[in-house]
Ligand binder design. Structure first.
Ligand SMILES: N[C@@H](CCC(=O)N[C@@H](CS)C(=O)NCC(=O)O)C(=O)O
Length: 194
């Protein structure tokens, strides 16, 4: 498998998942502005979508979209998912919320925009973090071990840190626990984040 990623992009969730699973994989760093890959070539030759994450499977199939890649990884490595009859569906529900509501809300923070746009985005992001905290009594979203949904949420919590956006205590705790995990540290070192 080969993961196409960019440092601190949402592909960090997939990078963490692969390391947590102990999966054999290679990684290729991509410059998101130019689409150039560290070892040469253009990401658009792998996928015309031109964004990360991209996971190329050993049989050459190209997977894109965080929700799909993380779901595929958790079906292949069940320790990355949640148990119970609705486990997979609940994790997908969380992944969809993180992707389509929370991740999307960060767009004004990454791109040039007015102060008012950024303040509005910050309020929306805070609302999503509150929603995810409501009723959370475990170390991670689905219990005492993280799932792929926590890996994606963790990236959003790192973005919050980067943009100085406060997060509820429970999510600050989740972020700290994630940072202490060996696989997470390795992913962050690989991406030059620590
Ligand atoms: N729909 C995609 C969006 C992924 C995405 O937003 N990737 C960002 C990094 S976090 C990216 O590569 N942006 C560069 C671009 O869109 O040109 C998914 O959910 O995986």
């Amino acid at each position: 498998m080969k993961l196409y990623y960019s440092p601190l992009a949402c592909s960090l969730a997939d990078h963490i998942a692969l390391l947590e699973a102990g999966a054999p994989f290679e990684r290729e760093r991509v410059d998101l502005r130019t689409k150039h890959m560290a070892s040469g070539g253009d990401l658009r030759d792998i996928t015309t979508k031109g964004y990360v994450p991209v996971l190329v499977l050993d049989n050459g199939e190209v997977l894109t979209e965080n929700i799909a890649i993380l779901d595929w990884l958790s079906s292949k490595y069940p320790d990355l998912g949640a148990g119970g009859p609705l486990g997979r569906t609940r994790v997908l529900e969380a992944l969809a919320y993180i992707s389509t509501e929370l991740h999307r809300s960060f767009k004004p923070m990454w791109h040039a925009g007015s102060k008012a746009d950024k303040e509005r985005a910050e309020a929306v992001i805070a609302g999503h973090f509150d929603f995810l905290t409501d009723g959370l009594e475990t170390d991670y979203l689905f219990g005492d071990e993280p799932t792929v949904a926590d890996f994606y949420l963790f990236v959003m919590l790192l973005w919050a840190e980067r943009f100085d956006i406060g997060v509820p205590t429970a999510l600050a705790g989740l972020r700290a626990r994630m940072k202490a995990r060996p696989a997470v540290r390795t992913a962050m070192v690989n991406e030059g984040l620590i």
